[in-house]
Design a binder for this molecule. Structure first.
Ligand code: ADP
Ligand code: MG
Length: 328
């Protein structure tokens, strides 16, 4: 059977996901969207490359789903409601139809789960490593987007869910789970492979939080970005970091650098946000409504920098933070 050309691939794999009328069934040159009056568009894109963000033999449905989710996480961090997304798919020339079909199945699963239609994209074959980019489009009430720049001294610092599962999950997925039980390894690896973008939380926080971002590169480093944008500092109480049972087990088992890895490792895709103390009740109500744990982990202060108080209230020394694409 000859390999299908890109037009056949678009018809078979992607057109079924183009459920938005503005996508024109992917039969025109581009999509057409109205921007509802009184709202702003929120645009973001993220790319992933085989060998850098995923392994060529990772199941391709999970590759697609993580790509969708990291983009939705950026929309969540802005407090946006997802509208749709564009996909640039540069499949490895020798990927094979099964790999591409499974990729589209993963994409379909998350388009359905998050109610995000595919609006367009491009489909090409590359002689280099497979590369995929999603551009996510959202909207938010004009002036209500969550920015990184609004944190004020005295605000509490909050995080959703649990922290560190992404970093421990990467170790677990690489077979470096040490003495963890198979179910702990599975839980953590899944958290790494299939993060849950906090879309509903982001939308609920618009108008409540003073600043927000998603935790993709590690809690402490990401908090430093909020502080920089807001011209403030932060004190975090390490002990208050919300951990999953498996995350706690990973620390007990000495994975990575334990709690320091949870605080600085990437791939959690939880929301980090700040809010005045007067918003405590509203935040508790959001947590209850969504059935999502929200934990206060510290306070915004006037001075610059992020300090993490560890055991005995001594500032913790933390390892270098974050992956640097252009680093040594
Ligand atoms: P062009 O020749 O201008 O690159 P294409 O034939 O690639 O146009 O695209 C035709 C239509 O299919 C466009 O609406 C485009 O957005 C859509 N499309 C192409 N590839 C994808 C993809 N991977 N995902 C979603 N839509 C796609
Ligand atoms: Mg094209």
């Amino acid at each position: 059977m000859p390999a299908p050309d890109e037009f056949e691939l678009i018809r078979e794999l992607f057109a079924p996901l183009a459920t938005h009328p503005g996508a024109l069934d992917l039969r025109d040159d581009a999509a057409l969207l109205d921007c509802p009056r009184g709202r702003q568009l929120v645009l973001t894109t993220d790319a992933i490359v085989a060998g850098v963000h995923f392994l060529a033999d990772d199941p391709s449905d999970l590759v697609a789903r993580k790509l969708v989710r990291v983009n939705l996480s950026d929309l969540a961090a802005m407090g946006a409601e997802p509208v749709g997304m564009l996909l640039d798919a540069c499949f490895a020339r020798d990927a094979g139809l099964d790999w591409m079909r499974l990729f589209a199945q993963g994409l379909a699963a998350d388009c359905a789960q998050y109610g995000v239609p595919l609006l367009g994209g491009d489909t090409v074959a590359t002689p280099g490593p497979a590369t995929f980019a999603v551009t996510a489009i959202g909207s938010v009430e004009a002036g209500k987007a969550l920015r990184r720049s609004g944190a004020r001294a005295g605000d509490r610092i909050w995080v959703s869910g649990t922290i560190g599962d992404g970093a421990f999950g990467l170790l677990a997925a690489r077979g470096q789970g040490g003495t963890l039980t198979p179910s702990e390894i599975e839980y953590l690896a899944r958290r790494y492979r299939l993060p849950e973008p906090r879309v509903a939380l982001g939308r609920a926080l618009a108008g409540v939080a003073t600043a927000a971002m998603d935790v993709s590169d590690g809690l402490v480093g990401d908090l430093a970005h909020v502080c920089e944008a807001s011209h403030v500092g932060a004190v975090v109480v390490a002990d208050q970091t919300p951990l999953s049972d498996a995350g706690r087990a990973a620390i007990a088992a000495g994975l990575g650098e334990g709690l320091a890895t949870a605080l600085t490792g990437g791939d959690d895709y939880e929301l980090l946000f700040t809010a005045p103390v007067a918003a405590d009740a509203a935040i508790d109500a959001i947590s209850r409504d969504l059935g999502l744990r929200l934990t206060a982990i510290g306070t915004i202060i006037a001075g610059p920098g992020v300090r993490v108080d560890g055991p005995g209230d001594r500032p913790m020394a933390l390892p270098a933070q974050g992956y640097r694409h252009f680093g040594p």
